[in-house]
Design a protein around this ligand. Structure first.
Ligand SMILES: Cc1ncc(COP(=O)(O)O)c(C=O)c1O
Length: 354
């Protein structure tokens, strides 16, 4: 196959996730000279600057810098859902599938889910499930969580109008809305809608700096001043209080300054990859449905398994994620440029068809 060398790409082209990026020289320099203090004493000026910056971007009163997106989600859902009540979310939402049951195990929160092939909000399903005051027999609903973009749904963007209606429906019955915006930056750049407009339709919002934006660590949860004061207490209780975390906050601030606009390149690269792979295995992905930086491939049951394809690609220096026996995920990011994506597409096309 043209353009594919026999020698594996070195270093590997890592498309497993946008979490694999390494801090750039500029980011490392910003981290090295960050002004720091003890954040458990609430004395780290760079943490304060990051929290204020993100709260302002999201139009919220306050924000708390956390070690992971999972912790940001945990603190947000805790703020909205008391123990014994439920949060509604899509069936493959990160909070339901990939946080190891933390919301139930730690905070006594249960969940019920609706299913959508691309992880999108289904307002009819939500309305059918929503029981704000279920009385003494069934579980009462305290919040609905929406993921934007939706990771396992293929980086799909939640239609804004649906979110607006969700706000109306939940607001009318006193149910909260959490926005898992780990990749809200991608949704915003792709849809041309400021993050604050999305955030205005939710009570609490979590955003990640360590995914699309290229920071090594860190997420931020935002909400009211009261919610965030409580979140700060719970963060410490969970062991998530940190000291001179300003070195990490500096990476987040640098990422917001330098890595937001370039997300459009990741989206173009993902769409190009999807086109190439759809040519290799028709029906495995709809390139038109690739809106941001995530490509989910659904392989036919008759060909090589997802594990086999990933193993073949690895031998040729391309790393991808196996999400299921016939499902693969590829994520474009700061550390893979257009040429690397083009090369990866050739390697993958060969792995899929040989
Ligand atoms: C949508 C979404 N929310 C939350 C998270 C959790 O982030 P972390 O891995 O930092 O806990 C992820 C991680 O991939 C995610 O995709």
């Amino acid at each position: 196959m043209s353009g594919v060398t026999e020698t594996p790409h070195d270093p590997p082209i890592d498309l497993r996730s946008d979490t694999v990026t390494r801090p750039t020289d500029g980011m490392r320099a910003a981290m090295a000279c960050a002004d720091v203090g003890d954040d458990v004493y609430d004395e780290d000026p760079t943490c304060h600057a990051l929290e204020e910056r993100v709260a302002a971007l999201l139009g919220k009163e306050a924000a708390v810098f956390t070690v992971t997106g999972s912790m940001a989600n945990l603190l947000a859902v805790r703020a909205l859902v008391p123990p014994g009540k439920e949060v509604l979310c899509e069936a493959r939402a990160h909070i339901a599938r990939a946080e190891l049951g933390a919301h139930a195990a730690i905070f006594g929160v249960t969940s019920r889910t609706w299913a959508h092939p691309r992880g999108l909000l289904d307002l009819d399903a939500v309305q059918a499930m929503l029981v704000p005051d279920a009385g003494p027999y069934f579980v009462s609903t305290a919040a609905v969580s929406v993921e934007n973009t939706h990771n396992f749904g293929g980086g799909s963007i939640q239609p804004y109008e649906g979110l607006r209606k969700l706000r109306e429906v939940t607001g009318a019955v006193g149910v909260g809305v959490h926005l898992d915006g780990a990749r809200l930056w991608n949704a915003s750049v792709a849809a041309g809608i400021p993050v604050g407009e999305y955030a205005a339709l939710a009570d609490t919002v979590s955003v990640c700096l360590s995914k699309a934006l290229g920071a090594p660590v860190g997420s931020v949860v935002a909400g009211t001043a009261e919610q965030m004061a409580e979140a700060r207490i719970w963060r410490k209780r969970l062991g998530g209080g940190w000291r001179q975390a300003g070195v990490l906050a500096a990476a987040g601030l640098y990422a917001l300054d330098h890595h937001l606009d370039r997300l459009a390149d990741d989206h173009t690269n993902a769409r190009d990859l999807a086109r190439r792979l759809a040519d290799a295995v028709p029906g495995s992905v709809d390139p038109a449905a690739v809106e941001t930086n995530i490509v989910v491939l659904n392989l036919p049951a008759t060909g090589p398994t997802a594990g086999e394809v990933a193993a073949r690609a690895r031998q040729d220096g391309v790393l991808i994620s196996v999400l299921g026996p016939t499902t693969l995920r590829l994520v474009t990011h700061l550390d893979v440029d257009q040429a690397a994506c083009a090369h990866a597409a050739e390697v993958l096309a060969r792995a899929l068809t040989s």
